[in-house]
Ligand binder design. Structure first.
Ligand code: 13P
Ligand code: SF4
Length: 343
């Protein structure tokens, strides 16, 4: 394909969400990235939260955490460049120890991944011996290594239901745990971080942790009430990292990829998505005939670290290379493999 055709296609996709001069600049960088990607035998995986120009120009595959983990597990390319956050790139490395995995930002963290340590998980295991540990994929490799299985927002319910045990430890997202408890009819307790020893199980069937997504915790039931008052027929979609109250007041809650599918299929006169706002641009670009309502307060600051400029630099200079110590990786890979087989 010539650059002119590449630009024309990108312009067609982005014309309603990105200003014209910006499309020109971004198209030139994306063109360089795609040339280099082919030369270096790399695959680019892009999370649904990438900014619109990047999302629509360079990834070979886009998707949610579960879908991208599955693709990472199968790729035959030499380099996996992850346009997402660190825990996602780490998951790709856990599955592909022999490949080079690149993240275009030094940190690109996640408030959920920062909320828990491997020692916290070991303490919980000591306090609740024999209780299986389910860990959200939004955690670092050493935490995954202490877990029986990982899950994503797309298969959390199926993972929890795959256990025969009455009680499970579900970490670290307090809201996702609350939403899964509600869906599965389980009760949940939250041991305090400092005094795990003070908590008793009583009739709890899920033991949670106090992590939260700094983006999704900002949506409120009042937001939903205000929108419904103005647009009574709007379809409201929430990511399950929103509070259980927000999810209960919405029409649909699921992973980012499932929300994208819902918008493609809905006949509602308007839709509103309660999630990271770059995804709103990506959905709006792909569904120009549908009316999206915006309630976009913040971008995820960590996803926002990934730019086209830094992605080019990443491919040119092989940085930042993701490493996972082998003794952690061999334990973490079991939990990740189990996750990608479910749901
Ligand atoms: P998904 O797995 O639904 O894409 O979510 C990842 C994430 O970090 C949401 O904030
Ligand atoms: Fe983490 Fe929330 Fe950002 Fe997702 S949106 S990467 S959960 S901080």
């Amino acid at each position: 394909m010539s650059f002119d055709n590449f630009y024309a296609e990108l312009h067609e996709k982005l014309k309603n969400v990105v200003p014209e001069p910006e499309i020109q600049i971004k198209a030139e960088i994306a063109w360089e990235i795609n040339k280099l990607k082919a030369e270096k035998n790399a695959v680019i995986l892009g999370h649904n939260y990438m900014e619109a120009a990047l999302f629509h120009s360079i990834p070979d595959h886009v998707g949610d955490s579960l879908g991208l983990s599955r693709i990472a597990a199968q790729t035959d390319k030499d380099i996996i460049l992850f346009c997402g956050v660190r825990f996602m790139a780490e998951t790709a490395k856990i599955l592909n120890p022999e490949k080079t995995v690149l993240l275009p930002a030094k940190k690109a963290g996640c408030s959920l991944a920062e909320s828990i340590t491997a020692q916290d998980v070991r303490n919980l295991r000591k306090k609740f011996p024999g209780v299986p540990v389910v860990t959200y994929v939004n955690t670092y490799a050493d935490v995954k290594a202490e877990s029986d299985i990982c899950c994503t927002s797309g298969n959390a319910k199926a993972v929890v239901e795959s256990f025969k045990s009455d009680t499970i430890i579900f970490l670290p997202d307090e809201y996702l745990a609350g939403n899964v408890a509600r869906e599965t009819g389980k009760h949940i307790i939250f041991p305090t971080r400092k005094s795990v020893a003070d908590d008793t199980l009583l009739d709890a069937q899920m033991i949670g942790w106090h992590g939260r997504c700094e983006v999704h915790e900002q949506f409120s039931v009042k937001d939903i009430q205000d929108i419904r008052a103005q647009y009574p027929d709007v379809a409201i979609l929430a990511h399950p990292e929103c509070s259980p109250e927000v999810v209960a007041a919405s029409d649909y809650a699921n992973s980012t990829q499932a929300m994208i599918r819902y918008v493609e299929e809905t006949n509602a006169p308007q839709y509103l998505i309660l999630t990271e706002c770059a995804m709103g641009d990506n959905i709006a670009a792909a569904n120009p005939e549908k009316e999206m309502l915006r309630l976009c307060r913040v971008r995820c600051p960590h996803m926002n670290e990934i730019t086209l400029e830094d992605t080019l630099d990443s491919l040119q200079n092989d940085r930042y290379i993701i490493e996972v110590p082998e003794e952690i990786r061999v334990r973490a890979v079991k939990a990740v493999q189990r996750m990608i087989e479910i749901g």
